[in-house]
Design a binder for this molecule. Structure first.
Ligand SMILES: C[C@@H](O)[C@H](NC(=O)OP(=O)(O)OC[C@H]1O[C@@H](n2cnc3c(N)ncnc32)[C@H](O)[C@@H]1O)C(=O)O
Ligand SMILES: Nc1ncnc2c1ncn2[C@@H]1O[C@H](COP(=O)(O)OP(=O)(O)OP(=O)(O)O)[C@@H](O)[C@H]1O
Ligand SMILES: [Fe+2]
Length: 531
């Protein structure tokens, strides 16, 4: 089967031919390069209308030349329906419809972010990996579960590439900034910058303002670029590790243009090696926006009968990966769900050693992180965990007693509580009690920071909150809403039927908590989604 793909969501005017029998992909691309500033939607769309016809022409010629015997040069046309810039998407959509009509072949509408994921799965041969998409306009973790790609974690503000590009605009460099940051980083040294991870979500606004400020204050641009990479990619690697740990998956694939960065790939490879997981990063030609990935996924969709009629083929600038019915994969392929037996466990962050009455939790150094950042995070989190675990108990929230803390070794000894993790026994009453605990915690001005189903221990009808290492003091509604969002995401990522559990949780929170927080939760949810 031979599928022609067209891509043009933002900057890459690209066409490709994917031949499934030969497993070959021919790609022809023409990038839009702004003279100054970032991507201007109108200029980008003008570029698309000029460049798309000629890249398509080249691929059509290639298809004619390589078709053998009575083989059809093209069996279907696939195109990026979204997400992306509306004016660009419209031009690509029109071109694809016209081409499918002229060739009299079916049309396939592809989600660009799912294509970034699927190309890694295709090339690696992995069964059911977690995927980190690190692209310009997006940054998220996806895992397949019961017919959909679930968003396990995502940026709460901008995409990772856009964040980096904004910094480089501030220092007067042309678009795209990513490769220039990578080059400058080679001559830089470490400086401290903000680091923001909340469960498996993360945000870049704090670190980006700090980076601009550091530049205005006279820090060298090389040091800032080096440190940006260490912090930003450290965050992405940490959340990728959390996703592997939470789902129990041992395969990771990388997607998106920022994946071309060698330091990011090095960190992910190191993290995976340390935990015995397999890691795959596609070639750069398949990482940056390209029509090859559209043709490859288009072929899988076409083979599954997943084509669309012209009248249903409207583009969608906000098309989310979790909206896509995954027709080309079997239901049995869901990512595993980890349920721990109480043997000694290796969490995402720490190792936990069990004794009769106590557990010893050690935050071991992470080889992927810069040593200074590593030492800082291990120290800060150990201190926060010891302090907030005790403060939460004083606020009436069940938590383990803290028996001992060794700051230098980043080790805490805690009372052993509960019989199992909430993940192993997801029932509505237990989930409702977590809602009540979080409400009490928030009323005391504390957020947990990482309230997942594995950070709750269950003992009969009692539940205990553990793992306060990402917690902090705050009275902000926004921070409280993030706690609820993180918990709900962990339910959605692991429960077969999340709806009744989410309802129970919110009812538990509403009984003791602030309505404003629940209202803000709704806006956090809509905000974190792919703009
Ligand atoms: C929706 C779609 O239009 C969008 N596409 C997109 O963002 O292009 P992509 O090719 O995946 O990524 C481009 C980004 O990738 C960054 N980038 C490229 N090379 C880089 C490098 N060596 N290091 C860091 N960032 C790099 C660029 O600075 C830019 O921000 C997306 O996938 O989010
Ligand atoms: N006080 C405790 N009593 C009983 N079990 C515990 C206790 N603390 C931790 N555990 C067990 O160890 C596991 C890992 O602990 P914890 O979440 O604190 O470590 P972590 O490395 O931060 O994990 P993650 O980052 O994956 O949440 C928990 O899911 C739980 O099963
Ligand atoms: Fe992209």
């Amino acid at each position: 089967m031979r599928v022609l793909g067209i891509e043009g969501t933002a900057w890459a005017a690209s066409a490709a031919l994917h031949d499934t029998e030969r497993d070959e992909t021919f790609i022809e691309s023409d990038p839009y390069e702004p003279d100054s500033g970032g991507i201007h939607p109108r200029e980008a769309a003008e570029h698309m209308s000029e460049a798309i016809p000629s890249v398509v022409e080249t691929v059509l010629d290639h298809a004619e030349q390589t078709a053998e015997g009575d083989e059809a040069p093209i069996d279907a046309v696939a195109f990026s329906r979204g997400p992306g810039l509306g004016p660009c998407l419209r031009i690509v959509g029109t071109a694809a419809r016209a081409l499918a009509g002229a060739l009299d072949v079916p049309l396939v509408g592809v989600n660009h972010m799912v294509a970034h994921l699927e190309i890694g799965r295709h090339e690696s041969g992995f069964d059911s990996p977690v995927c980190l998409n690190a692209s310009g306009a997006n940054a998220h973790l996806l895992g397949y579960h019961n017919g959909r790609y679930r968003v396990l974690g995502e940026t709460m503000d901008t995409g990772v590439g856009n964040a980096i590009d904004k910094f480089t605009r501030h220092v007067g460099w042309t678009h795209p900034g990513g490769p220039k940051v990578e080059q400058a980083a080679a001559d830089g040294e470490y400086i401290d910058l903000p680091y923001t991870v909340k469960g498996m979500d993360f945000s870049f606004s704090g670190i980006m303002s700090a980076a601009k400020q550091a530049y205005d204050d006279g820090e060298t641009v090389e040091d800032i670029c080096f440190s940006l990479q260490e912090h930003v990619f450290g965050m992405l690697t940490e959340v990728a590790e959390r996703a592997l740990s939470l789902t129990g998956t041992d395969e990771l694939v990388l997607g998106g243009g920022v994946g071309q960065n060698a330091r990011l790939r090095e960190m992910l490879a190191s993290m995976c090696e340390e935990r015995g997981a397999a890691f795959y990063a596609p070639d750069p030609r398949f990482l940056r926006d390209n029509a090859g990935m559209i043709a490859v996924l288009g072929a899988k969709m076409y083979a599954a009968g997943d084509t669309i009629e012209i009248e249903d083929s409207a583009i969608d600038p906000n098309y989310r990966p979790d909206q896509v019915p995954v027709t080309w994969r079997g239901a049995a392929e869901s990512v595993a769900r980890a349920v721990d037996a109480d043997a000694d466990v290796k969490g995402a962050e720490a190792t936990v050693e069990f004794h009769d009455e106590e557990v010893v939790k050690r935050r071991l150094p992470k080889a992927y992180r810069h040593p200074e950042l590593d030492a800082r995070l291990r120290r800060e989190r150990t201190v926060a965990e010891a302090r907030l675990t005790s403060e939460a108990r004083r606020a009436g929230v069940p938590t383990p007693l803290v028996r001992d803390i060794d700051r230098r070794e980043a080790t805490i000894t805690l009372q052993r509580v509960g019989e199992m993790d909430l993940a192993a026994t997801l029932d509505a009453d237990a989930v409702a009690s977590v809602g009540e605990h979080l409400a009490a915690l928030h009323a005391a001005g504390i957020v947990h920071g990482d309230p997942t189903t594995r950070n709750v221990r269950v003992d009969g009808d009692r539940t205990f909150l553990i793992d306060f290492g990402l917690g902090f003091h705050t009275g902000h509604v926004e921070d409280h809403a993030m706690d609820l969002h993180v918990f709900e995401q962990s339910i959605e990522g692991t429960a077969a039927e999340p709806e009744p559990l989410l309802e129970a949780f919110e009812a538990g929170y509403a009984a003791a908590g602030d309505d404003e927080v629940l209202a803000r939760l709704r806006s956090v949810e809509s905000r974190g989604r792919y703009r």
